[in-house]
Design a protein around this ligand. Structure first.
Ligand code: MN
Length: 272
């Protein structure tokens, strides 16, 4: 076609960049109908989020370094993805990221804002809300949406384009001490992820000064068990079904081998 195609060839910019630059905000035309137009302003490269600033409390995970989308009506806002929505393609498609971030995560944020409105919880940091409402029967809606907001904010940062591979030295040494080898860690992560019945999360955590792999169901968080999360993989079907259908193992293997952000984990470990 057309001038965009030509411009993409001559400038090296992607067609999407050019569309955005041209003010054509309709990602729907690119098959991303679920992604809000505000996503066109998402940075192409991760913002500078110092890993040490992310841990040990949750607030930095959704901190100012991650710009937030507009239109929040409450204390909590959806963080922009720390990469373009097609950065993980084809391992996690832009369609999956569009729904997962723009719909599922956004809904947790919206529901959390509604649930805390007019209560003392609205003044609390996210991590405090999680700690305060965990296991409290009549606060389960608050807890579930708060924990899912935290978990997803952490998950986006647990991934990166051209991830996987060999972790930084100090983290690698801790992995070898705990699991014998990186392959041992991989086996435990895949086992945790695939044995989680129904929805949930697989985690690499720091537990009593030693690395461990664990899993949680639904919205549950290692934070409530005194463990410090280093990395997570979302194993809810919405995380992978469009790309992998029922093949959760293939999704988890692809994430572990090619998308895990070991630098993020190393930063969390160093801060822990
Ligand atoms: Mn999810």
């Amino acid at each position: 076609m057309n001038t965009l195609h030509h411009a993409a060839k001559t400038t090296g910019l992607s067609r999407r960049d050019l569309l955005a630059a041209a003010g054509v905000a309709s990602l729907g035309a690119l098959g991303c109908a679920s992604v809000a137009s505000s996503r066109s302003s998402a940075p192409a490269a991760p913002p500078a989020i110092a890993p040490s600033a992310v841990a040990p409390v949750v607030a930095p995970v959704v901190a100012p370094a991650m710009a937030t989308a507009p239109a929040a009506s409450g204390p909590f806002t959806l963080p922009l993805l720390p990469y373009a929505d097609n950065a993980l393609d084809p391992l996690i498609s832009s369609q999956t990221l569009g729904f997962h971030h723009g719909k599922h995560h956004q809904t947790y944020v919206n529901n959390l804002n509604k649930a805390v409105a007019g209560t003392a919880l609205a003044e609390m940091a996210l991590e405090k809300i999680i700690a305060t409402t965990a296991g409290v029967a009549d606060k389960s809606a608050v807890y579930n949406n708060a924990a899912q907001h935290w978990n997803h904010s952490f998950y986006w940062q647990s991934l990166r384009a051209q991830g996987g591979g060999v972790p930084p030295l100090l983290l690698r040494q801790e992995i070898e001490a705990a699991f014998g080898s990186l392959e041992g860690c991989r086996k435990e992560m895949l086992a945790a992820a695939t044995s989680q019945f129904g929805s949930g999360w697989a985690w690499l955590v720091l537990d009593g000064g030693r690395l461990a792999v664990t899993k949680t169901g639904n919205a549950d968080s290692p934070l409530t068990r005194g463990q410090k999360p280093l990395l997570t993989i979302d194993v809810w079907e919405h995380a992978y079904y469009l790309d992998y259908q029922n093949r959760r193992t293939d999704y988890v293997a692809a994430v572990f081998d090619k998308l895990l952000n070991w630098e993020f984990a190393a930063g969390n470990l160093a801060a822990g």
